[in-house]
Design a binder for this molecule. Structure first.
Ligand code: MG
Ligand code: FE
Length: 168
């Protein structure tokens, strides 16, 4: 059981780092989405959800991991990295960013499934309720991105065409 517990705590920290990375990625994309208010507002909603997810994971880790004082260092590094990645999108990088976002949501879904199984074996029922809510939010965002990909692409392509100098 000690081995399972060790994995569990490691996966909890990984999940927290994953949410911090999600925030960096979405904030970078959001700064480029001014032409697509529908996508922009859905992503702002998911940023708010993700901030809450990261906070709830942080509290879970603090309550379960005696080595949780390491958290502060990890958080500092994540936000420093985030600043460097802020302006990385150019041209079709928005489209690549969207594909990466969808993939990221699916990875989050799998990560919460893994952690829910582990928490079930350890009978950590309080934590399971939180993971289930996070899982539902990831699934909701993944579904939304896929359902709106055509609309998103049409807006991107129309904008791209309008923004180009006329060709001979
Ligand atoms: Mg998330
Ligand atoms: Fe997410």
């Amino acid at each position: 059981m000690d081995d399972i517990r060790e994995h569990y705590l490691a996966w909890l920290r990984d999940a927290h780092a994953m949410e911090e990375q999600a925030l960096t990625m979405m904030r970078g994309l959001l700064s480029r989405l001014e032409n697509d208010p529908v996508l922009c507002s859905r992503m702002e909603q998911h940023v708010a959800e993700t901030e809450r997810q990261a906070e709830s994971l942080r509290k879970l880790i603090e309550g379960r991991d005696s080595g949780a004082s390491m958290m502060k260092d990890t958080l500092g590094k994540a936000s420093a990295l985030g600043q460097a990645q802020g302006g990385m999108f150019a041209d079709d990088e928005i489209v690549k960013g969207l594909m990466a976002s969808y993939t990221f949501e699916q990875m989050e879904v799998a990560a919460y499934k893994v952690i829910i199984s582990t928490a079930s074996v350890l009978e950590d029922t309080t934590a399971i309720a939180i993971f289930e809510q996070n899982l539902a939010e990831e699934q909701g965002m993944a579904d939304w991105l896929l359902d709106h990909l055509d609309q998103t692409m049409r807006i991107f392509l129309a904008r791209d065409e309008a923004g180009r100098p006329a060709r001979r």
